[in-house]
Design a protein around this ligand. Structure first.
Ligand code: ATP
Ligand code: MG
Length: 578
């Protein structure tokens, strides 16, 4: 490809709305162009990268025995009613009407469609197991589309679905997919960590995510992991062993009484005022889960993990209650306390979920729904609460104790590029998707589902491989392998040598670009670095001595070689791409 013909326009500046490196660089280097919020054009360079990732995914999925198909992007409401997700999915599902007033949606994922396909085609145990996958655009009306391709509204995903007769079969397929994913990301030049995660709205019981570890804001997930064993989990699922006590050994309150605590609106203010550690305070938070208020109780020094809390009541949407909603809750229960003084005492008809940290708390301090007052030296039985559900709803913190081996946990950030779920019969049962066994009895399929964000993987690769000058693509997914730069296009020897090198590279099967633009060398070098060609061959003045410069983008290493050796060196490297 000649640079003068390549459809790419590099920009001087990063786009003003770009917050993370991959968004900034992909936009500035001419890979993507925004159409509207969360919706991007994949320009020719980007499309080459995406196709390479897709090829790797296809090769590995096919090698695992899975079969590719393609399902429709538009789906009818009725199918989503069968699974019960028309109601449950929420606003990410883009719903619309056709000209006949039939209600449809844009596919955010395809469990319903694939289950309907299986139901029609997989009748007998003899046909199982099967794993079907597709690579396709998805649409999710994300509440906060951001970070360019990392969280778009329209994006490309590989989604696979497996059908088995029993749990053992599913286990085997799940393991096989985990290995397949590892190979896929390795081949893409991405180091990933496989971590336990929450199964979320998609359902099922066991799931793992593949995370690209990063220390930047692009990592939307906190991953807790243990250096001493292989425990690793998303913060929405991570657990830790807790120390049992809530005091430092000192006795602060030897009797239960209500005392004045003026203007102590926060745990910090209260612990300062009473001169007690925050572990002695029982913190009460009001959340709204699927429109209902829920009280969450936790030891004062710890934070509630919202996904865990939401799962504890089987909800699908959670947010912290507003001041007005807290006021309403107070009024309904005959109180008028302001936030900071709320507690579980006397609150009726509201679910009360207490973290396990609360179970062992003694002689603590707690709000009693009276402004400027707290009860000190309190114990749970004294509070007269009719029902408390104890559940682990605590956010793990770095330094907490690993639940597997007892060593301290560390935390890092991760970009989720793929995940694997055990769905079980979550879709096959409600959709009555069954097979017949040896004895003529019918059973719902045991299903699994396995996603990889193709476009997110490309962006994650940029997050993992860049420097201040631009992208450093891993060779296997780079849009082109090498750029050949004649320093002066009007110098005949330079231009003819560069052209010869370029042609020989093409003949050898190397994907090459020749920068034949009549531009200053500095401009060409800058663009080459920004776009991120893994290799660069520069034909400049040293060609009079028969030498060209060979440069590796990843390491910055340069050496002078003859044109023939430069071509053969790159050809050999390209042959090693798996
Ligand atoms: P997230 O927690 O990041 O929203 P998810 O759990 O909703 O992801 P899945 O529904 O399991 O993701 O989708 C499978 C894969 O699709 C994810 O692992 C991710 O790589 C990709 N993906 C999901 N949402 C987006 C998005 N909005 N933009 C780009 N890729 C996405
Ligand atoms: Mg999501």
């Amino acid at each position: 490809m000649k640079m003068t013909k390549l459809f790419v326009q590099t920009q001087r500046e990063y786009p003003s709305d770009a917050e993370v490196i991959s968004h900034k660089m992909l936009a500035r280097a001419g890979y993507i162009r925004k159409l509207t919020s969360g919706i991007y054009n994949f320009l020719p360079l980007m499309w080459r990268v995406l196709k390479k990732i897709e090829t790797i995914v296809r090769e590995e999925m096919d090698a695992s025995g899975a079969q590719e198909l393609l399902m429709p992007f538009v789906q009818p409401k009725e199918l989503w009613e069968e699974s019960g997700r028309w109601e449950a999915y929420g606003k990410e599902l883009m719903r619309m009407k056709d000209r006949h007033d039939r209600i449809m949606c844009l596919g955010p994922t395809h469990e319903e469609v694939i289950t309907a396909i299986a139901r029609d085609g997989l009748k007998s145990y003899k046909q199982l197991p099967v794993n079907l996958y597709q690579i396709q655009s998805k649409f999710r009306d994300e509440v906060r589309p951001r970070y360019g391709l990392l969280r778009g509204r329209e994006f490309i995903m590989k989604d696979a679905y497996s059908f088995d007769t029993d749990e053992d079969g599913l286990d085997e397929e799940y393991k096989k997919m985990a290995q397949t994913y590892k190979r896929i990301f390795d081949r893409c030049g991405l180091e990933t960590k496989m971590v336990q995660s929450d199964s979320g709205a998609i359902g099922g019981s066991v799931s793992h995510e593949f995370m690209v570890i990063t220390d930047t804001d692009a990592g939307e997930n906190d991953v807790f992991y243990c250096d001493s064993c292989d425990y690793a989990a998303n913060s929405n699922h991570a657990i830790s062993k807790m120390t049992e006590t809530n005091t430092d050994g000192q006795i602060y309150f030897n009797k239960s009484e209500i005392i004045d605590t003026p203007n102590t609106h926060s745990i910090e203010e209260l612990s300062k005022y009473l001169k007690i550690p925050s572990t002695l305070i029982l913190k009460t938070l009001v959340y709204i889960i699927d429109k209902n208020p829920v009280l969450a109780l936790i030891r004062g020094d710890r934070t509630v993990e919202e996904t865990k809390l939401m799962n504890a009541v089987g909800g699908t949407e959670i947010r912290i209650a507003s001041a007005a909603e807290i006021k309403e809750l107070m009024e309904q229960n005959g109180f008028d306390a302001i936030p900071g003084f709320i507690g579980p005492k006397g609150i009726k008809n509201v679910k009360i979920i207490a973290d396990k940290t609360v179970q062992n708390m003694k002689n603590f301090v707690v709000g009693i729904n009276e402004t400027d007052k707290h009860q000190v030296g309190a114990n749970l039985p004294d509070l007269g609460i009719s029902e408390i559900i104890y559940q682990d709803i605590r956010l793990v913190e770095a330094g907490d104790i690993c639940p597997v081996c007892g060593k301290p946990l560390s935390v890092t950030k991760g970009i989720e590029v793929g995940n694997i779920f055990k769905l079980g019969t979550k879709y096959s049962k409600p959709m009555n998707a069954v097979y017949t066994d040896e004895n003529g009895k019918t059973h719902p399929y045991i299903m699994g589902c396995y996603g990889i964000g193709i476009s997110r993987t490309a962006a994650a690769a940029v997050e993992a491989h860049n420097d201040e000058n631009g992208i450093k693509w891993p060779l296997s997914i780079a849009p082109y392998h090498v750029v050949v730069i004649p320093v002066s296009t009007i110098d005949e020897l330079q231009m003819s040598t560069a052209t010869k090198i370029y042609e020989n590279l093409l003949k050898a099967g190397v994907e090459a670009v020749i920068d034949d633009r009549d531009e200053r060398a500095g401009v060409k070098f800058k663009d080459a670095d920004l776009i991120g060609f893994p290799y660069r061959i520069t034909v400049g003045r040293t060609i009079t001595e028969g030498l060209v410069e060979y440069k590796v983008r990843e390491t910055g290493e340069t050496k002078n070689l003859t044109p023939e050796n430069a071509v053969s060196e790159i050809t050999e490297i390209v042959k090693t791409i798996k």
